[in-house]
Design a protein around this ligand. Structure first.
Ligand code: ZN
Length: 619
């Protein structure tokens, strides 16, 4: 079995910083993506900005407008290739967080056809005769497609709720004349809030300056002023969006989440300790100096993790923690967890897989990955691809390597550690998640990011080390911690993708076209269904540069030499408004003060031709 071992880029921020990295471009230089849901230029018959005038009336309460799953879909070939890739990303988020599922259209009576029209818009609810969901310029964005699909599933905007006037002020005198209907509210015999409170964080909420006629005057403000910076977020579904979706469709659980554990309860999610080894993992409560990952940075002295002490005991002493039996639906899974190793460099953490041996008994073992300790004693993220089509358990084995007590920690003579603050030497594990999704192709961790944000200026670029795609292309990202883009919430960080010259370039296809680069800044919430990771994507094509050379050609021909990696970096394309500093500080993006970026670069040529004809209805 060939395993994709993931490169964990550990960047000491300053060492990668170069003063000027000039070849950086904006995907949307004119800001077409800044508030795409307003569709001011669209000629479609829209109400509330991006809702296609419904043919029927009731959508939310009337159960006839609810879908049965999976929802058949067609990706029209007028769509940008990048938008098609983003639709699949949005589908995967629905499957990870709800029971909403999608399937290619095969002549069903009702379906969603994605087309590129003027703007991003959708009807509300299942119209029962096939309906259009438009993804125009600037709509090729995971969160925007999630928003439009929530309309299609039967949801209106948050600020059109019956009780909205208790939570927001709508300044109709500041609205562009003729656009006032975008701020309609609905009576409670028409829409239902699913017995949930008003949610400022909903992905269905307008931004403060939506449909404003005066650049400096908002049209929507929140009664509690701190939420002015939150309304209109395009990160991902909020906790409440997911709760309502799952209530409306009676979901019993997400489709692609198999298991997760933050080790907060004594039952440790049904995990069991092996009785045949010599040691046990210990379910441990955080204390100052020995914090868990789940609640890191939130409150002191709270939260639990699993710990195996390696400071004493015989060499090779080990403890095995085994998951409950899991039943996969797909062919591949991704095991993600946070770990920390503070003992001897020979200490190790081994991930095992135990599968059904064909008789119904889960006992056939295989070792899938080994992590070793190093001098970095902080929490790190791990991804281990798993490929099981039969029922299985995964196990985490901690092994004591060295024979000398505390060999990894060598305190200077006389420097006694403070009592109560001595980290326990050993192997730590927390926040385990097993999903039936693809592991990220590249993971880049930037440490001490709060300080990086404070000290950076618009000319500060941090380049990632080179990563390799599954096909063999080398690529990297450039991070601008303070990109120069600003709005009423403050500064933004920018993120940009580029190709890098690599060891396989002689055999790769050039230019590298029809590949989608997916950039994600990870929300490190322990519950994967609550994470609001922010993502943007671009797809490579035959674009030429000013000098006529192909943009996505071999970087050793069209790129610039970067002495820090002795490699050539191609031009970078991305977004100066990738993520708000306000959001980075607010949610769990900077746990342990690490910024974690996932990057994938994947061939999506299979999506070039996707449109299928709509079959005539039987009379
Ligand atoms: Zn909308």
């Amino acid at each position: 079995m060939k395993l994709l071992l993931l490169l964990l880029g550990l960047a000491a921020a300053a060492s990668h910083a170069i003063p000027v990295f000039p070849d950086v471009h904006e995907v949307y230089a004119n800001g077409e993506d800044e508030n795409p849901l307003m569709n001011l230029g669209s000629d479609a018959n829209l109400i509330e900005g991006d809702i296609l005038l419904p043919e029927g009336r009731n959508a939310l309460i009337d159960k006839r407008y609810r879908w049965t799953f999976p929802i058949p879909y067609i990706l029209g070939d007028d769509l940008d290739l990048n938008a098609k890739g983003c639709v699949h990303q949005a589908f995967e988020m629905y499957r990870l967080k709800s029971c909403v599922d999608f399937k290619p259209y095969e002549g069903e009576k009702t379906f969603i056809k994605f087309e590129k029209r003027g703007g991003c818009f959708s009807s509300v609810g299942d119209q029962q005769n096939g309906q259009i969901l438009s993804l125009g310029v600037g709509c090729d964005h995971k969160a925007v497609i999630e928003h439009e699909l929530l309309h299609a599933l039967g949801f209106y905007h948050e600020q059109s709720r019956t009780d909205r006037d208790d939570y927001v002020d709508i300044w109709l005198d500041q609205v562009i004349p003729g656009m006032e209907h975008n701020f309609n509210k609905y009576e409670d015999d028409f829409i239902t809030d699913q017995n949930t409170a008003y949610d400022y964080e909903s992905i269905m909420h307008y931004r403060p300056f939506s449909f404003n006629k005066n650049e400096s005057a908002p049209t929507v403000t929140t009664k509690i002023s701190v939420f002015n910076n939150i309304i209109g977020q395009y990160l991902d579904f909020s906790r409440m969006d997911i709760l309502r979706l799952n209530r409306m469709y009676n979901c019993s659980g997400p489709l692609t989440l198999l298991d997760q554990c933050a080790f907060e309860s004594d039952s440790v999610c049904g995990m069991i300790q092996s009785t045949t080894d010599d040691g046990d993992w210990v379910h441990t409560k955080s204390r100052p100096g020995v914090e868990d990952h789940t609640l890191l940075g939130r409150c002191r002295d709270a939260g639990h993790f699993m710990h195996f002490d390696t400071s004493s005991g015989p060499p090779q002493a080990s403890a095995l923690l085994e998951s409950r039996t899991l039943y996969p639906r797909r062919k591949s899974q991704c095991l993600q967890f946070f770990y920390k190793m503070t003992g001897d460099p020979q200490d190790r953490l081994v991930v095992w897989l135990k599968v059904d041996d064909g008789t119904g008994s889960v006992r056939k073992m295989s070792k899938i990955h080994t992590f070793y300790a190093d001098s970095d004693h902080s929490w790190k993220i791990a991804h281990v691809p798993v490929a099981s089509t039969v029922k299985f358990r995964y196990s985490l084995q901690a092994v004591r390597g060295g024979a000398t007590p505390m060999a990894g920690a060598t305190p200077m003579a006389g420097a006694m550690p403070m009592a109560g603050a001595t980290p326990m030497a050993g192997v730590y594990v927390d926040d385990v998640t097993l999903t039936e999704t693809q592991c990220p192709g590249a993971v880049w961790r930037i440490q001490n990011f709060s300080r990086v944000m404070e000290t950076a200026d618009a000319n500060t670029y941090i380049n990632s080390p080179p990563f390799y795609s599954a096909e063999g292309y080398a690529f990297g990202v450039s991070l601008r911690p303070r990109s120069g883009y600003r709005d009423y919430t403050g500064d933004y960080a920018g993120l940009y993708f580029h190709l890098i010259s690599g060891e396989n370039d002689a055999v790769m296809d050039w230019p590298a076209v029809n590949r989608q680069a997916r950039l994600v800044v990870m929300d490190q919430d322990p519950d994967v269904t609550m994470r609001m990771s922010t993502a943007r994507s671009l797809t490579t094509d035959l674009t030429t540069m000013a000098d006529g050379r192909l943009l996505w050609d071999d970087p050793s021909k069209v790129g610039t030499l970067d002495p820090s990696c002795s490699c050539y970096r191609g031009a970078s394309w991305g977004w100066s408004n990738f993520v708000k500093h306000f959001d980075l500080r607010r949610r769990s993006y900077l746990k342990n003060d690490d910024l974690i970026v996932f990057v994938d670069f994947e061939d999506i040529t299979s999506l070039v031709k996707t449109e299928v004809p709509i079959q005539p209805r039987p009379v």
